[in-house]
Ligand binder design. Structure first.
Ligand code: GSH
Length: 309
């Protein structure tokens, strides 16, 4: 865990410069803190704020997570992005005081969607691992959060939410920084079409529960063919849509919700040995998206509950 700190004013100014340079060098792309703000100016009780952050501190401060927290004595705490204006930074400080808890499984593609969106919006959260292999999702306690007993779920100050797409929409409305839906109505609608194609017409057909039933009834060979069949069918549609809209990412050069759902789905396609050479647009997209710190840091293997064999 790396925690960078520096003094904001007074006799220790040189320390600030040294450490800030170090922070910027470590995170050349984004998600780097550039300002400090006394939390008391925001009307937040500092101790309470620090307590909230303490739980997720590891994730916030982890270089792998692509987000950096600067901690300056108990009185200062700021999170922000280098490219943001002062006002947006301050808004971020305000929103980053909102505690968020994500119930996630490292290998769940639906959980990964939410992790990517949280990272893109620079939001801190506490990670609670739910092992869907051993049935953590079936407990009475978890069923209260997600009555369908699936991951993810997100606990927020506005309520406890289940279903990744509902959560993505919530995050988009609640934390408008780094928008993930385009302003143009037509593009926004096609982004949603892509999101639904993945979330309704591909992923549910290879959800763990469905896969278990197929394996039980038809055996593991048929199970693999089933998965490949539905991914290929969905990807054929996606390829034809996205080759028309492709920029650096799915829709031009800004990351959208379409990219957020595509990354985990393409990851799964490779995992299930789908022939990706049929989908050059998706292959190219996946490559560009994988260069983003927010994607790398939220990938299944980087999660605290990852089991790498
Ligand atoms: N529509 C749901 C789907 C969630 C889902 O299918 N989650 C899978 C993991 S990706 C799960 O929890 N599977 C456990 C099971 O089927 O028992 C969402 O987008 O959140």
């Amino acid at each position: 865990m790396n925690i960078y700190s520096w003094n904001v004013r007074g006799p220790n100014a040189p320390v600030r410069h040294t450490c800030l340079a170090q922070v910027l060098a470590t995170y050349p792309q984004r998600n780097v803190v550039i300002a400090l703000q006394e939390t008391k100016l925001l009307g937040v009780n500092q101790n309470c704020l620090i307590k909230k952050f303490a739980a997720s501190f590891h994730y916030l401060a982890s270089p792998a997570q692509g987000t950096c927290v600067v901690w300056y004595s108990p009185w200062f705490l700021v999170i922000g992005r280098r490219s943001l204006s002062r006002q947006t930074l301050l808004d971020n400080v305000a929103t980053s005081t909102t505690p968020l808890t994500l119930y996630s499984h490292w290998r769940s593609s639906a959980s990964w969607r939410v992790r990517i969106a949280l990272a893109l919006k620079g939001l801190a959260y506490e990670y609670k691992a739910i092992n869907i292999g051993t049935g953590d999702n079936l407990t009475a306690e978890y069923t209260k959060l997600n009555p369908r007993q699936l991951v993810p779920a997100l606990v927020t100050e506005d309520g406890d939410f289940a279903d990744s797409i509902a959560i993505l929409e919530y995050l988009e409305e609640k934390f408008p920084q780094q928008p993930l839906l385009p302003t143009d109505l037509k593009t926004r609608t096609i982004v949603r079409q892509v999101v639904n194609l993945v979330a309704a017409n591909i992923q549910p057909l290879q959800n763990t529960g469905v896969m278990n039933v197929i394996e039980e009834k038809l055996g593991s060979e048929e199970q693999l063919k089933w998965t490949q069949y539905w991914i290929t069918k969905g990807f054929t549609a996606l390829e034809s849509i996205l080759k028309e809209t492709l920029g650096k990412y799915s829709f031009g050069d800004e990351v959208t919700l379409a990219d957020v759902v595509l990354v985990p789905q393409v990851y799964n396609a490779y995992r299930y040995a789908v022939d990706m050479s049929q989908f050059p647009t998706l292959e190219r997209l996946y490559e560009s998206l994988n260069e983003l710190d927010e994607v790398k840091a939220t990938s299944p293997e980087k999660q605290p509950d990852a089991v790498i064999s």
